[in-house]
Structure formats: structure tokens, C-alpha cells
Design a protein around this ligand. Structure first.
Ligand SMILES: *[C@@H]1O[C@H](CO)[C@@H](O)[C@H](O)[C@H]1NC(C)=O
Ligand SMILES: *[C@@H]1O[C@H](CO)[C@@H](O)[C@H](O)[C@H]1NC(C)=O
Ligand SMILES: *[C@@H]1O[C@H](CO)[C@@H](O)[C@H](O)[C@H]1NC(C)=O
Ligand SMILES: *[C@@H]1O[C@H](CO)[C@@H](O)[C@H](O)[C@H]1NC(C)=O
Ligand SMILES: *[C@@H]1O[C@H](CO)[C@@H](O)[C@H](O)[C@H]1NC(C)=O
Length: 247
């Protein structure tokens, strides 16, 4: 017998349908697939409601666990996810458009963290939303520059941010007048919010950027990893999970 599970991205219900339809086959190895349906039972975490796969929280079976989508700190308003070793607050999630707004946890309370690093979330399953704005933060600048904000900590120092789209021609000078620079992204509404703030009073960040997750890739790697089968994404919309157990 030769069987394929064909999934269309917009229709998770169809995906579940294929797994459910397997229950009616009188074969014991369908156990895994039955468990997989539980990955779609909704849960709440902080302000984010009705979360389903690929999101998960402690206590979900290993089949439901996908790296980068584990929610922690559900007692706080914003849950936290850990993507490739960095923590992000999950501020907003739309599971119909596979879009989420996240913010770097290290910048959240303090935009002058001790450890000034660039982080990158992009992977096979995550990409930045093309409408994010790109900014560069220049730290430890000459105090005579305009629009500086003050960092406190080990001594006081002055810093500023600039918009990559319109201010790039200043960057060479800024690199000479400042110390470390890091690049960050913010979504459109966060950018508008930032424009309304006086730079001098910038202390906390609390601004998010948007990322889109690729459910087809996630389902495919679940198909591969659970050893249920070998996955192929033939077109971007139709991942196929070939189950070797059926051959
Ligand atoms: C969560 O799902 C339940 C049941 O489907 C629904 O009644 C509720 O409005 C949903 N809540 C949100 C915030 O989407
Ligand atoms: C994030 O996850 C990695 C492993 O993937 C772990 O080593 C690290 O400690 C985690 N970071 C935080 C801040 O929890
Ligand atoms: C998700 O996005 C769609 C399309 O933009 C929108 O219609 C829907 O209301 C959004 N859902 C939530 C929960 O924000
Ligand atoms: C942008 O990020 C903010 C958090 O800074 C979030 O509240 C908002 O929903 C996001 N906007 C869009 C359009 O996704
Ligand atoms: C799943 O396995 C197939 C075959 O080994 C491979 O071509 C594909 O890239 C894998 N997909 C994912 C998402 O890991």
C-alpha cells in the first residue's frame, strides 16, 4: 500500500483531517498521528490566546515541540520565546497570516544593554517581514551630536539611532564619532511610535518587529523528525509526508 499525506498550508484542518482519517485504519502505528492532533489543541499564554502548533509549552509531547516556538513566562503579559539562543517577547500573533510581532528581550527594559550584539532570527522557518524598518543604534558617541539619548551604567555615555533608509549617508561619520553599532528592525506601527518619542527620553525599547513563520517547513521537519516519513515540499503550498510504513 502506498499512501501520501497532502497538506495545504492555509488549511490546517485538512492536515488534521488526514491524520484523523488514519485513526480509522486498523493499524497500531497510527498512534503518533493521534498524538499529533493534540498539538493543535489550543492553549493560552499571557496575553496571547488560543495558541496552537507550532507553538507549545512545557508538558506537550515531544512530537509537538518545535525549536523556537516554546513559550515560557506565561504568567507575564508577554510570553517569551527563545530563537537560536536569544530570547524574544511575543507581543502579537496572527495564526491566520503566520505573522508575529516579537521584541528583543535584552533591549526591552534597557536600550543600552551591557552586551551590544546583533541578533538574527532568520532561518528556514522564520523570515523578517519585508515591511519592517531597519535602524542602526550607535553607542558611545561624541556628546556634540544632535538627538542623543543617554545611557547610564558604567559611566554615562551618549547614543543615537538612525534610519537605514534615509540616513545611511551619515553612517561613515557616525562610525567615526561613536563606538559600537547594532542593527535592529521595528515594524511600521512601532516605528511610528518611536517617531513620537523624544530621543533624549528613550530609556526602554518595548518595540517589536514582525516575522513570518513557514508552517509548511515546520510540518515537513516534524514529518522528518518523528520518523513518520520523508517530507518533500513540491510547491510552496503542498508539503507531502510520505510514510515509509505504508510501503
Ligand atoms: C479562543 O477560542 C475560543 C473557542 O474557539 C473562542 O470562543 C474565543 O473567542 C477565542 N479567543 C480569542 C482571543 O481568540
Ligand atoms: C535559549 O536556548 C538555548 C538552547 O537552544 C540555551 O542554550 C539558552 O540558554 C537559552 N537562552 C535563554 C536566555 O534562556
Ligand atoms: C489576522 O490577520 C487577518 C488578515 O490581516 C485579519 O483579518 C484578522 O483579524 C487577524 N487576526 C487577529 C487575531 O488579529
Ligand atoms: C508592531 O509591533 C507592536 C509592538 O511594538 C505590536 O503591538 C503591533 O501589533 C505590531 N504591528 C503590526 C502591524 O504588526
Ligand atoms: C526532510 O527530509 C527530506 C529528505 O531527506 C529533505 O529533502 C528535506 O529537506 C527535509 N525537510 C526538512 C524541513 O527538514
Amino acid at each position: 500500500m502506498h499512501s501520501q499525506l497532502i497538506l495545504s498550508i492555509p488549511s490546517i484542518s485538512m492536515f488534521i483531517f488526514f491524520f484523523i482519517s488514519l485513526f480509522f485504519l486498523p493499524i497500531s502505528y497510527c498512534q503518533d498521528d493521534e498524538n499529533f492532533v493534540h498539538c493543535f489543541s489550543p492553549f493560552d499564554c499571557g496575553d496571547i490566546k488560543n495558541l496552537t502548533y507550532p507553538f507549545w509549552t512545557d508538558g506537550r509531547p515531544p512530537l509537538c515541540q518545535h525549536e523556537g516556538f516554546r513559550l515560557t513566562k506565561c504568567k507575564d503579559q508577554q510570553p517569551v520565546i527563545n530563537v537560536s539562543g536569544n530570547e524574544f517577547r511575543l507581543i502579537y500573533l496572527n495564526q491566520s497570516t503566520y505573522t508575529m510581532s516579537i521584541a528583543r528581550n535584552d533591549l526591552w527594559e534597557n536600550i543600552c544593554p551591557a552586551n551590544l550584539i546583533n541578533v538574527n532570527v532568520e532561518s528556514r522557518v522564520l523570515r523578517y517581514h519585508p515591511r519592517n524598518r531597519h535602524l542602526t543604534f550607535f553607542y558611545n558617541c561624541t556628546p556634540s551630536l544632535p538627538n542623543l539619548f543617554q545611557c547610564t551604567g558604567e559611566g554615562e555615555f551618549y547614543s543615537l539611532y538612525a534610519d537605514d533608509l534615509f540616513e545611511r549617508d551619515r553612517y561613515e561619520d557616525l562610525r567615526d564619532s561613536c563606538g559600537t553599532a547594532i542593527q535592529v528592525q521595528v515594524n511600521q506601527s512601532a516605528f511610528a511610535e518611536l517617531q513620537n518619542q523624544t530621543p533624549q527620553r528613550l530609556e526602554a525599547w518595548k518595540l517589536g518587529f514582525d516575522v513570518v513563520y513557514n508552517l509548511a517547513e515546520i510540518l515537513c521537519s516534524a514529518c522528518n523528525n518523528s520518523r513518520r516519513g520523508k517530507c518533500e515540499i513540491l510547491s510552496s503550498q503542498y508539503p507531502i509526508c510520505n510514510n515509509p510504513a505504508f510501503y
